[in-house]
Write a protein that binds this ligand. Sequence first.
Ligand SMILES: Cc1cc2nc3c(=O)[nH]c(=O)nc-3n(C[C@H](O)[C@H](O)[C@H](O)COP(=O)(O)OP(=O)(O)OC[C@H]3O[C@@H](n4cnc5c(N)ncnc54)[C@H](O)[C@@H]3O)c2cc1C
Length: 463
Amino acid sequence: MTMHAIESLPVAVIGGGPVGLAAAAHLVSRGLPVKLYEAGPQVGANIRDWGHVRVFTPWRYCVDAASVALLERQGWTLPPADAFPTGGDLVRDYLEPLAATPELADVIETEARVTAISRLGVDKVVSHAREARPFVLAVKTVTGTRRDLARAVIDASGTWATPNPLGASGLPAQGELEFADRIAYGIPDVLGRHRDIYASRTALVVGAGHSAANALLDLVRLAEADADTKAIWATRSTNLVRIYGGGDADQLPARGELGADTRELVESGRVPLVAGFAILAIREEGGRLMIDGETAEGPRTIGPVDHIVAATGQRPDLSLTRELRLDLDPWLESTKALGPLIDPNEHSCGSVPPHGHRELAHLEPGFYTVGIKSYGRAPTFLLLTGYEQVRSVAAAIAGDMAAADNVQLVLPETGVCVTSFEVEGASAGCCGGPAPERSDACCVADAVAKDEGKTGCGCGVAA
Ligand SMILES: Cc1cc2nc3c(=O)[nH]c(=O)nc-3n(C[C@H](O)[C@H](O)[C@H](O)COP(=O)(O)OP(=O)(O)OC[C@H]3O[C@@H](n4cnc5c(N)ncnc54)[C@H](O)[C@@H]3O)c2cc1C
């Protein structure tokens, strides 16, 4: 196939979440042919799963500029910029109208799951002239699996459908598969469609992120109406800075509030917390579940409980890209360049320096990972990050390298940047100051401070 013929092929976008749709919006705005594949029956399939949860960024931080431009041509107006949508609101008031714009409606195929990606006629081993061959995608639909060709591929397929197991080792705990019918991965709708499952029962919530916080707060709200409902909370880490957050110092007040409310549940004794609990096994005793684990003080068992909510994060599905030459961070499975910036072993920052096509590319020319999947197992992704990612990637694919390299991003800071989890009192944070004018995320402030011979973040001193 000639280069000319390859360039007339569409750019394939995998995933109709907010970032995949934004990628398509940027590509069509540049006049490039696009094909977007969405596995679910409608766009926003992953967000629909947590549609009852209110996000912690207001509307103005939830939308992408190129997408808004397409929407406004249809008379759409932004919902109140400072209001906080639920996941369901995001889908109904933003993603669905966006997918229905004339520019995008024709390029989106739903119930189309990409199951594998390779290059036409060569496998991963062949080096010679790979870039001269188009991508080939295996696309599974209700009528069977077909092969589509593409000039470039943007993987925005998210991580929501591949949750981490409860087992502290990253493998399913003993018994986890056996008792899967009593384990909910993600954020069950405790006050809505799943109410009957949790009412008058005891649930163990596992995890130390915002998903766990949401589940715990909902269980406590349910307990206010139904006194027999109980929640227990277990975390693998003993450091809860990431979930308790920056409180008033968080430039996203709703996120700060979520953390502060969760802390209050524990401190008021309404939710017993077992921190530093590494889950090893789940077993049944008298028809209820007992959870065996290890703590710094030795073995410990939590239970009996009726249900477990596994809010233990997600990991990317790498089977999709098995036949491509990927460049991944060895433990986060994020794109390699992003790894050191978002490593939760090193810091808890909710923001990263601006980045674009160069950080999101792989050894495989023309393939990019974007959106929450680009962060791999790291938990701190924000939509605004994804929107700037795809603006840059679309520009690079269009050959507009000046625009592609001009990455700019203003992210609200978390108010807490901890770079050493050994430091006691680090939760006092050091990054709660005013937002730097451009993109200077708290991790950057940390690096700069260290370069200047100062202590940087993690010192427990306000910057
Ligand atoms: C509970 C919760 C609250 C959050 N709150 C905020 C917030 O307040 N602010 C913020 O900025 N961010 C927030 N985030 C983080 C992040 O912005 C969201 O997770 C967002 O949905 C990520 O968008 P995405 O497009 O990368 O992935 P997703 O929204 O997960 O979309 C991926 C899409 O790809 C599809 N797909 C998957 N595999 C395939 C395949 N093989 N073939 C075809 N299609 C496929 C899926 O069906 C899905 O529609 C939150 C996340 C969660 C879970």
